[in-house]
Design a protein around this ligand. Sequence first.
Ligand code: ATP
Ligand code: MG
Length: 395
Amino acid sequence: MDYMNKSLLNSVGLSYGELSLKGKNRGQFEKMLKNKINKALSGYEFKLNDDLSKLYVDIKSEDMEKVIEKLKKVFGIVGLNPSVKVDRNDEIIKEKVLEIVNFAYENGARTFKVAVNRSNKGFEKKSMDYAKELGAHILVNSPFEQVKMKEPDIQINVDIRKNVYIYTEKIKTYGGLPIGSTGKGLVLLSGGIDSPVASFLMAKRGMRINFVTFHSFPFTSKQALEKIKELTEILSIYTGKSRLYAVNILKIQEAINTKTKKELATILTRRAMMRLAEKLANSMQYQALITGESLGQVASQTLGGLTCTNASVEKLPVFRPLIGADKTEIIEIAKEIGTYEKSIEPHEDSCVIFAPKHPVTNPKLEDVLNEEKRIENYDELLEEVFSEKEYFNIG
Ligand code: ATP
Ligand code: MG
């Protein structure tokens, strides 16, 4: 329970743990982060206030809740402190602190603690001394009777910089790194639960993301593609603007079905998707492929299946951020980021339509390669399908 009087809040402090470890890159990361914040908050009246190496976003109190929701989704920020910004003046600080604690008391808080952080050594009082002084001031001038060092009902943090920021709440956010700071990755996005979560995780790790989806129109419907577009729309809250490529692989699936063993169809299709995705990534200087695969989840994701899929990629690294995650863990993240409800809407899946009744559960690469050789002019067929791709700009 936070007892802060929301109408007093006029600034949000940002902490960014991992970025501060980056030494001389710090400046560059900060610049990126500021850029992202400016984008995320466009439409709001705000001022990015770099106060002695801590970023504060000064805003109107009525925008606080919405601005916090936006800032929560900016990767690179680990925590937010909704704050009351005041001038660096002892009397003003004391007055504001009393206002804050009186409101908290009225709302049920009975124990408190004061913590002072003094980055500005120009402020004449030392942190510990000033914390005691403020504590005494509260005990004398407010109904509070009890200081409690461990788990008080309300902790008054006073951050002394050029200005002074008083806050009681620390909101934990995703962390990660600013988008674009670690490279560019192409996600193979299906309509399921997993690949949107994989997208989120790699975006959180600072990757700029584009998407590719494979369909078998007219065997899969236009609505199935619409669903994928809607998923990328939801993801764009985190990824920013992106592009969704759609490739119709029906011709490839027909070739696989007529020329190769039924029970290898899924793995051969998956290999084709990877080859097309690598082609696409190369054509736009994307440096990695990303999938929602998780070890052992289905027949094509056994170690044998993954070996066969993986071997179809020539050079790019394939990132599988969910490889060690259980379905329940994946679902938890999907719910948290808002993709779950969309993912579970029914849709036809281009793999499922041609899926064999009895897929090989642990295919051997050698067998798969031999089967694949039966498709004549396979490279040309892939090239043809690739050239017919469409794309949609999202976000
Ligand atoms: P998801 O929940 O992401 O659909 P899944 O558990 O259904 O995954 P599979 O269908 O085996 O697993 O797919 C594994 C991965 O292959 C997906 O996470 C995705 O990255 C990629 N993939 C599968 N089908 C498609 C498709 N039609 N278009 C693009 N990528 C796909
Ligand atoms: Mg799927």
